[in-house]
Design a protein around this ligand. Structure first.
Ligand SMILES: NC(=O)C1=CN([C@@H]2O[C@H](COP(=O)(O)OP(=O)(O)OC[C@H]3O[C@@H](n4cnc5c(N)ncnc54)[C@H](OP(=O)(O)O)[C@@H]3O)[C@@H](O)[C@H]2O)C=CC1
Ligand SMILES: CC[C@](O)(C(C)=O)C(=O)O
Ligand SMILES: [Mg+2]
Ligand SMILES: [Mg+2]
Length: 492
């Protein structure tokens, strides 16, 4: 097998990268009806598998789990998750032959072996589904041509897929039909109904392509969503401690700070997040973000370039072949960082204080969201897709850090995302070293002294720049469709 994207002519590559159509809510008027009588068998009961399975079942669908024999015989966690939640569990041989839809929700690194084991057991004309296009696009897996191959990709960690569903909402989702496998011409119908079953249609669904999903998902997760929040957390914590802030307080400000300030982002974009700062703090954050964008743009561009050429995928697959040596090493190193090991203070921190004392964190979110959006769009990703993959998903990743710091984030996201996050973090922190040395506790840990006076012309210029960034323009439209989005926060 070889990289499918690289096998295509540039004309088709650009077509596929540019596939991104915001689907009107009316297109989901049938809900799950088209798959109501289908037997849905999920392979893999992990972050996505369990949570998508719970949503699909709550939406009235027939869902069971096919696990590998060892998972059943050894009663592994995936077996426990499936059985404790009341699902029917069986082996591939028992469940795959009767399945109408097989959802491959195993780790990307296992997809080739899973597809080789599962596809021969699938009945004629069935449907194979993915939640990420890596196996098809980057590894070039070819699927039996009587099978329909679709993708329903939540732009969100598995845990939040379930949490948002339980809040009566959902998470933005990309759906696609593999251009090589739509023999019955009903792939889109199946994908739409499946997306409705997860609740994704309540947040927004983009009709996309396997290629557009992969090239944007890898970029979002490696840079703003996981990489920037990881690097920012470690840099801000260490800087506060160097500046004499109580480590227990500093750890709490960071752990809950991302969730608090990005809740402002989720509800009203970068504009609202920045408006929660005082005018002097807003201008300071604006300037800090600008400086970080200049420093980090080459790194964001390198990540996008390596994703487009397949160099990232090749590098990661070399680590797969080396028993995940680098992934496991970098995971252990992260778990040993002072931030990860620091207990939190019991001192309460109110919501506004996270903004006032976290000016640098706000600036990091602004810089990361804008830079990821800009670089994705420059690479051919459509604005709506870039928005979901940068701004909208950031708060959902921040929710995982609020639960149990970087450990929780890196456990909940896919191994693919975790690997890319560490790659970014290792490069970003040295690039920001000098910049961080120049930051004091006024922008991270204590907040600005003095009054609220600013120069009017400068404030108007800053507000104008924030509000008119392309991510804000497309975001206002997309958030306008999200009428059911619920506010959440863990601040005291
Ligand atoms: N994590 C996330 O938030 C997101 C993930 N995705 C995509 O969803 C898919 C699933 O990812 P994720 O939920 O993180 O997966 P997990 O890492 O949570 O793994 C899911 C399950 O797969 C099983 N598994 C592992 N290896 C094999 C194998 N060789 N054969 C069969 N089963 C196996 C494991 O169970 P056991 O070892 O017990 O068999 C595990 O519980 C990926 O394509 C990912 O890119 C998309 C969006 C977000
Ligand atoms: C942000 C990482 C992600 O792409 C996701 C949760 O959407 C993943 O692969 O886990
Ligand atoms: Mg993703
Ligand atoms: Mg991903």
């Amino acid at each position: 097998m070889s990289n499918y994207f690289n096998s295509l002519p540039l004309r088709i590559q650009l077509q596929e990268l540019g596939k991104c159509r915001f689907m009107a809510p009316s297109e989901f008027s049938e809900g799950v009806e088209p798959i109501k009588d289908k037997k849905i068998v999920i392979v893999g009961c992990g972050a996505q598998g369990l949570n998508q399975g719970l949503n699909l079942r709550d939406s009235g669908l027939d869902v069971s789990f096919a696990l590998r024999a060892a998972a059943i015989s050894e009663q592994r966690d995936s077996w426990k998750r499936a059985t404790e939640n009341g699902f029917t569990v069986g082996t591939y041989e028992e469940l795959i032959p009767v399945a109408d839809m097989v959802l491959n929700l195993t780790p990307d690194k296992q997809h080739t072996s899973v597809v080789k084991a599962v596809v021969p057991l699938m009945k004629q004309g069935a449907c194979l589904s993915y939640s990420h296009g890596f196996n098809i696009v980057e590894e070039g897996t070819q699927v039996r041509d009587d099978l329909t191959v679709i993708m329903v990709a939540p732009k969100c960690p598995g845990t939040e897929v379930r949490e948002e569903y339980l809040r009566g909402f959902g998470v933005p989702t990309l759906i696609a039909v593999h251009r090589e496998n739509d023999p019955n011409g009903n792939g889109l119908e199946l994908a739409k109904a499946y997306a409705a079953g997860t609740g994704g249609h309540r947040a927004g669904v983009l009709e996309s392509s396997f290629i557009a999903e992969v090239k944007s998902d890898l970029m979002g997760e490696q840079t703003i969503l996981c990489g920037m929040l990881q690097s920012g957390a470690l840099l801000c914590f260490d800087r506060m401690v160097e500046e004499g802030i109580d480590p227990a307080y500093a750890a709490k400000l960071v752990q809950y700070g991302w969730e608090t300030v990005t809740e402002g982002l989720k509800q009203g974009g970068v504009t609202n997040m920045m408006d929660r700062l005082s005018n002097p703090a807003k201008i300071r954050a604006f300037d800090l973000a600008d400086e970080m964008k200049t420093i980090l743009r080459p790194l964001f561009e390198k990540h996008q370039d390596d994703i487009m050429t397949g160099d990232f995928s090749r590098t990661m697959m070399e680590d797969w072949a080396n028993d995940d040596a680098n992934l496991l090493k970098w995971r252990a190193e992260t778990n040993e960082t002072p931030f990860e090991k620091q207990p939190l203070t019991d001192q309460p921190i109110d919501e506004q204080t996270y903004y006032d004392q976290g000016i640098l964190m706000v600036a990091m979110v602004k810089a990361g969201v804008e830079l990821a959006f800009e670089v994705m769009v420059e690479a051919g990703i459509i604005d709506e897709s870039a928005y979901y993959e940068s701004l909208h998903e950031t708060p959902l990743i921040a929710n995982t850090i609020a639960r149990k710091k970087l450990y929780e984030m890196n456990i909940v996201i896919s191994d693919t995302a975790e690997y890319g996050c560490y790659l970014f973090d290792q490069a970003a922190r040295p690039m920001l070293k000098d910049f961080m040395q120049r930051q004091g506790s006024d922008v991270i840990g204590k907040g600005l002294d003095g009054g609220n006076g600013v120069d009017n012309k400068r404030l108007i210029e800053v507000n104008d720049a924030i509000r008119n960034h392309p991510v804000e323009v497309v975001g206002r439209t997309l958030r306008g469709y999200m009428t059911g989005m619920q506010a959440i926060t863990s601040a005291d």
